[in-house]
Design a protein around this ligand. Structure first.
Ligand code: 5AD
Ligand code: FES
Length: 360
């Protein structure tokens, strides 16, 4: 016989079937799930929300992921690569406005010139901020040597979404070639963790072919891998990508949104002290999407501080928010939003994953 939903919420370890049941919750049960995850969050990490100023500095990418708007073969994208001095300016902005950290994100490239450019950039950011800015990077799959170089140059967190823990599903949403291999992605995550990065991963929610079992396995994967940080968001179809052809088979946007919130809630209960980001893609569906995620279990928000003129060219998915806003507008608006979600901004603090600290 099934245990009651409230008893389930109090369990220490969820099985896959438990997770599926939680992910399918609606109405009063969904409310109870969100209440529980909110409690767990307050008890284990408090109500502080940490800023990560996001600089999407280039949309040049060698990968051709079937879901992504900036995939290499999309000829309709204006490619850009923001110069280092502009990136440093954004970093300075973040530092002056007491954002504890920044995230440098770009399409994937691994030529030697790119690798050394990033090392230099990392050192410069450390220098201009008196070592005060935390730096997360999200630059895709690289060799262990490259990861080590960037770590030595000052990056201490890395985001690399596994996209799906199911290799079969992964293969369906990527071209079938060596450049896009699930095994490589896993190996990369392992090197990042071995080197000593705070390691972040994540998945897209509501992908074509994805099942509740897949999503439950994704959460179990994160727990087993003992990740420190997570960013997961709804899949949003982009009409210049191959996956767009499945648009009629997808869950509604609203369902993808709710399911993402439930994924965050369940993960918060499973991994009480990790950092969970309120993904920007949530805001593409609901203007208050990220705030809702903060209330439920997320504790990280990534205000976009990319120079405004380039924002419209970094469209991984459509309807991306804030592409017309300058960084200053974003800060003000963000503060009001976070207060509304009962959160308190951890100004000037790195906001490292407590989970990482407990592992080291
Ligand atoms: N919808 C939602 N998320 C997407 N990403 C890429 N394309 C899309 C899309 N169409 C996510 C991937 C990637 C991250 C940088 O953006 O998960 O890892
Ligand atoms: Fe960007 Fe509000 S969060 S303008």
């Amino acid at each position: 016989m099934n245990i009651s939903f409230n008893t389930l919420l109090q369990k220490e370890n969820f099985t896959k079937d438990d997770i599926v049941r939680l992910l399918k919750a609606s109405g009063e049960q969904e409310k109870a799930l969100f209440k529980r995850s909110h409690e767990v969050k307050l008890e284990h990490i408090g109500n502080k929300v940490y800023f990560r100023g996001l600089v999407e500095f280039s949309n040049i990418c060698k990968k051709d992921c079937l879901y992504c708007g900036i995939r290499a073969t999309n000829k309709e994208v204006n490619r850009y690569d923001i110069a280092n001095d502009q990136i440093l300016k954004a970093a300075k902005f973040a530092h002056e406005h007491k954002y504890g950290s920044i995230v440098l994100q770009a399409g994937e490239r691994s030529d030697p010139a790119f690798v050394s450019r990033i090392s230099q950039l990392l050192r410069d950011i450390k220098k201009i901020s008196n070592n005060e800015l935390g730096i997360t990077i999200s630059l895709g799959e690289q060799s262990a040597e490259t990861y080590q170089k960037w770590f030595d140059a000052g990056a201490h967190r890395y985001l690399l979404r596994i996209e799906s823990s199911n290799a079969e599903l992964y293969n369906k949403i990527h071209p079938n070639n060596e450049e896009h291999s699930h095994a490589t992605r896993l190996k990369c995550l392992q090197s990042l963790q071995d080197i000593g990065y705070q390691t972040g991963t994540g998945v897209m929610i509501g992908l074509p072919f994805q099942t509740y079992d897949d999503l439950a396995n994704d959460l179990l994967f994160m727990k087993k891998f003992d990740i420190d940080m997570v960013g997961m968001g709804p899949f949003i179809e982009h009409d210049q990508t191959p996956l767009y052809q499945y648009k009629d088979q997808l869950m509604s946007l609203n369902e993808r949104f709710r399911l993402t919130l439930r994924m965050i809630a369940v993960l918060r209960i499973m991994m009480k002290d990790i950092n969970i980001a309120a993904a920007t893609a949530l805001q593409a569906i609901d203007p208050l999407g990220r705030e809702k995620a903060l209330k439920i279990g997320a504790n990280i928000i990534m205000p976009n501080i990319t120079p405004t003129q380039e924002r419209a060219n970094y469209l991984l998915y459509q309807n991306k928010p804030c592409i017309d806003e300058g960084a200053d507008d974003c800060t003000n608006c963000m503060e009001a939003r976070i207060n509304m979600a009962d959160g308190e901004i951890g100004y000037g603090q790195w906001g490292d994953s407590l989970h990482y600290k407990s592992r080291h």
